[in-house]
Design a protein around this ligand. Sequence first.
Ligand code: MV4
Length: 456
Amino acid sequence: MLIANRGEIALRINRACQELGVKTVAIFSEADRESLHVRQADEAFCVGPGPVARSYLNIPNIISTALVTGCDAIHPGYGFMAENARFASICADHGIVFIGPKPEVIAAMGDKATAKRVMKEAGVATTPGTDILASVDEARKAASKIGYPVLIKATAGGGGKGMRVVERPEDLERSFHGASSEAEASFKDGRVYMEKLIRDPRHIEVQVLADEFGNVVHLGERDCSVQKPSHQKLIEEAPAPALSDKARRALHEMAIKACKHVKYSNAGTLEFLADGDNVYFMEMNTRIQVEHPVTEMVYSVDLVKEQIRIASGEKLGYAQSDLALRGHAIECRINAEDASNNFAPEAGTLTKVVFPGGPGIRVDTHVFSGAQVPPYYDSMIAKIVAFGATRDAAIARMERALRETVIEGVHTTIDECLVILATPEFRAGNYNIGFLPRLLETQAADAALAAAAVTA
Ligand code: MV4
């Protein structure tokens, strides 16, 4: 198998392959020559210089490496090629198995308005709203029918690009054109649609596994509401701490129904917004996600091994009733970023690195003392995952593990994670997508006051 990725997920995939007895081929950029994923794979080939467009996104170089080394399959990980339907079909054209769902399913879920329409057909709850809007006029009519505030979203979007909140009719025209031109500039697709704005929802996602014979299981949900103002997740946990049994069951059932409807195969995640016990489908991610380890810990599964088994044509070896949730797991993302400076990424040498251990702790990372953090890629350098019999036990373990961790040479998100874990809101499980942005505002105001006091 060729691993078309870098960093911790490349190591994660390599580990699954080693355990399954599958030989691996790593690819790397010139900036990643000394990286761990290169050393741990059975073979490794350079596919280009540091910038992603010339290496990890370089389709001809990746495909020729797979062909020259005789690979049967490519695992894309997350990011880069993971949700690229064209790449998946190029793999198929060359007789290489792409580890993920079929290209048509990737394409359908990648178009957010299409995904929503398909999910609605499947009987999944969606946010009140429209399909693609043809004009400002149509948008105006839709908004008065839905009721303000509304949200204009880019169909090619996801992650918040090309999204505008519209509070009042007089702002509609400007927001419609703003969202559309941002979408055109980012995705070369300016089409937008509209939804009712859900204020301060929680972001809850359901993990699914589906084989190529129509068998589908869910592996519960994760709460990923602790997000930076840039929509990047910082802390995730499983199960979601504040959800009624009824809402939880509805989420799981909708996820299964959705997968059967679209004939989904391989691992996937359905993202929902939760407003109290009302849940609405938002997007589907057709890949393994960064936060998959929290699910692995509470369901005792290896999601990457399952992906490989499914892609090689095996049936799921278990039914829903064989899967049981046990305990609680929390993940903190350790990024090479300055949390006190809008999480500005930092590149450089990690002069000292010591990771935590002990009961219930899992560390997924590709870095070590002396490793370089190149400037070209995502700033995440490690994921620390804590398991406990209860949520309180998992939190206590996470705090202990974060305090054991030493990373010198760059700023990291460790201290910010400790601040979050100590808040009454997080401890009570009482947080939503507005929580971290509000906490950061408070921290910035406190810092300004402290600076003023020093000056005085
Ligand atoms: C929403 C929403 C409120 N109401 N849709 C943000 C990124 C994109 N994937 C969808 N997003 C949202 N869609 C409606 N109808 C609020 C967000 C949102 C958000 C969602 C999940 C996690 C963090 C978020 C931060 C800001 C806004």
